[in-house]
Design a protein around this ligand. Structure first.
Ligand code: SF4
Length: 346
């Protein structure tokens, strides 16, 4: 479709980063074991999934969200592997009222109109697919190139209400000079309404450190994003910059909105009392609070420690998650802030 009305997911993120408290709800779509129908290297799902902690089950998500909504969180982000693997995905989406969905595209590629009709009926207007562009994403284990392309084709030939489509393009140390080519591919081959560039983070257990762009490389990415924004009419094709690209080149006002982690956003990975609460799904090793009585309770001292790290990261041009994964050498490492006494619920 040609009309581009931006991204609903982005609007929600901006709301979160304008200090309305937001919650990432991390859940597993099937049973209580880690499951996905793709195996991308460095995926945040497998990074947050731990066998030590009972994960949030998809069957619990609607009730959890109903309870959380009644406590002052204005935005809820659904964080999982492939949401369409969940038997109750419609109920989950209904519980948040989301009108967009992030998916790897496998189920859309195989089921076509049937699933697209269900998505339309569930109020979905925007489909966000992770790109796998031939020649630019090898080694990341992403969903097969042809499958992603087939998913886009199925969306475009769907006979119902047209969906807005966004391709999330992972920028690596190998493809960071090829943004223009990748944007052209998304526009001309995927025929998507926009592209969102995100930086590759080498999250444990299987992230590939060498593929994570350096700060210098991201500086070039930021410049190229500006060039691309001038090249395309935003009403025809939008060029978006994900938070993981970092803070370089942002104005003071936009800097304040780039990263809600910690103060405007917390991540809930379990409902079991005593388990950790992290500031962002991309920072699974940082603990800023614990679950008490099934809800996140933030430790002010540990939150302050994280916010100091976050300020340092943003001053240095990084997304905090990227900063924490790279500042201590080539191997991905995450700072652990130990929780003492949790006192301040948010
Ligand atoms: S740490 Fe990075 S990925 Fe997480 S919310 Fe901040 S900018 Fe976004």
């Amino acid at each position: 479709m040609s009309t581009n009305y931006g991204t609903q997911s982005k609007a929600k993120l901006l709301q979160a980063s304008s200090k309305a408290p937001a919650l990432d709800v991390f859940f597993t779509p099937k049973g209580d074991t880690a499951v996905c129908n793709s195996s991308c290297k460095g995926c945040y799902y497998f990074s947050n999934y731990t066998t030590d902690t009972l994960p949030i089950l998809s069957s619990h998500v609607p009730d959890l969200i109903a309870n959380v909504n009644s406590q002052c969180y204005e935005s809820i982000f659904l964080i999982t592997s492939e949401i369409l693997l969940a038997k109750n995905w419609k109920e989950i989406i209904e519980s948040t009222g989301d009108n967009y969905i992030n998916t790897n595209g496998k189920i859309i590629a195989s089921k076509g109109d049937k699933i697209l009709h269900e998505l339309e009926d569930s109020g979905i207007e925007q489909i966000v697919l992770t790109a796998n562009i031939p020649g630019y994403h090898s080694g990341l284990g992403l969903t097969d190139e042809n499958t992603v392309l087939k998913a886009f084709e199925n969306v475009h030939k769907y006979g119902g209400k047209p969906f807005n489509t966004i391709a999330t393009v992972i920028v690596t140390s190998e493809n960071y000079t090829k943004l223009s080519e990748m944007a052209d591919y998304v526009k001309n081959v995927y025929k998507a309404d926009g592209v969102k560039f995100i930086s590759y983070l080498p999250l444990p257990p299987d992230g590939i450190s060498e593929l994570s762009p350096s700060l210098d490389q991201l500086e070039e990415v930021v410049k190229e994003i500006s060039v691309l924004r001038n090249k395309y009419d935003i009403n025809e094709f939008s060029i978006q910059r994900g938070g993981t690209i970092g803070s370089q080149g942002l104005s003071e006002s936009r800097l304040g909105n780039i990263c809600p982690a910690g103060d405007g956003l917390v991540t809930l990975i379990s409902q079991t009392d005593g388990t950790s609460v992290t500031p962002c799904v991309f920072i699974p090793g940082i603990q800023i609070g614990t679950i008490e009585g099934g809800v996140p309770v933030i430790d002010p001292d540990h939150l302050d420690s994280f916010l100091e790290l976050k300020a340092e990261a943003l001053e240095n041009g990084y997304c905090p998650a990227h900063y924490l994964s790279t500042q201590m050498g080539n191997e991905p490492q995450f700072v652990q802030i130990k929780v003492q006494e949790a006192t301040n619920a948010i």
